[in-house]
Design a protein around this ligand. Sequence first.
Ligand code: PLP
Length: 489
Amino acid sequence: MEKFDLPQVAARLAELEKESCLLEPDVQLREKILKRAERYADEFLQKIQSLPMYVEDKKENAVAFRSPDFDSPIDIDDALNILKEDVDRPGLNPASGKHLGYIPGGGIYYSAIADYLAAVANRYAGVFFASPGAVRMENALLRWMADIVGYPETAAGSLTSGGSIANLTAIVAARDSHEIPAKDFSRVVVYLTSQVHHSIEKALRVAGLGECIKRNVSCDERFRMKPDALEASIVSDKESGLRPWLVVASAGSTDAGVVDPLVEIGDIAHKHKIWYHIDGAYGAFFALCKEGKEILRGIEKSDSLVMDPHKGLFLPYGSGAVLVKDRAHLLRSFSHYANYMQDALTPLDEISPADISIELSKHFRGLRLWLPLKLLGVAPFRAALEEKLLLARYFFEKVQALPNVEVGPLPDLSVVTFRFVPARGNADEFNKQLVNEIRRDGRVFFSSTMLDGKFVLRCAVLAFRAHRQVIDEAIEILRKKSEILMRST
Ligand SMILES: *Cc1c(COP(=O)(O)O)cnc(C)c1O
């Protein structure tokens, strides 16, 4: 081993310090960078509604990321240019109010400011000991969500990166609460419908339950689970010695935006002692407004629930939430003791996210929800949600008035499905061409799905920037594009 040569080490340290200090910009540089970023954001927001909704990717967009080169630093302006041309341009423009496809996301500005502040202070939000304030803030937000859906004091939950991780968290808690040994996994039965989001199947697989029996409970004509069919299935499975374990209901299905009969399913789950999970990633926050609360009646009967602030509260992506009615189930699945955490034991009155979730070090997600709620109050969120419900109804009426249109079920929440049935030719083909043509046109964005084996278009209203004018424009575009397409077929 080399001898410790103090002068040599000191010289090297000085060199390293000089270089590593570049990680800390001085006040002038901070100002410059922040101004540039601010200008970039302002320009984006000024133009957002006029930017094309979809831009095809080009080979050139890949150049900046080919053979990753991180050895030759570039200027902030050059970096922002790459962001603009190669990241913020190609693909979908989901922050626009004209995003009427999939389940639109949000991106409210207040959250961006909160993210900036959260990143600067970089509070350690995983454990109470490290950041009591951050943990209290997140727990208060979760308590607020629990109140929205009528969960009792015993409930707890965590802010996740999205609905998929939230569903996984709930499914793991459900698995452990029923103490299902691995050898029984193939006898365990899960009840769901064809409309359940695919993240549930993924979660089952990740939780080791890929081999469990999945009963596809039949739906009514509006794609909602039939309670009778559910109960019949449970009874028959019990009789054949299987282990009914979990029922998953959708509170706002992705395809058609419908809500399963939550009260009836809850009663059946309770009677047969099976875990009741509701996937409300898309729809649960509609409980904030009166109309939505009525549709979501029975949501409080569930044992666990997922709700995505990056959908129903218009936050930027990376914001989901899971709630479990009895926190003991979460603690049982996720709390662990490790020696290196011995200083960080949590007082019992404040639960640490690390003790009830998969994560340890985590993004301080709470701030991006807390800041807008505190600055604005709940009222604008509530109004926006009611507005989306009404806009969907408005679209539903308007689209039916177009020639040759067939609509899906009356929307429970804010998704409308519809298709054109031209006098001649194949309807699936026609609608496929139409959705592609609208994407190429770029003024609005719809997505499509298969319902009952038919190719249908979806209008999903959840973008916070979507107002009546957007719907009127979308209807006009549908009218014109379908007319042209009919003439050419
Ligand atoms: C979006 C969605 C999910 C998945 O949530 P992510 O946040 O995308 O991971 C799950 N269930 C439903 C009903 C959804 O709409």
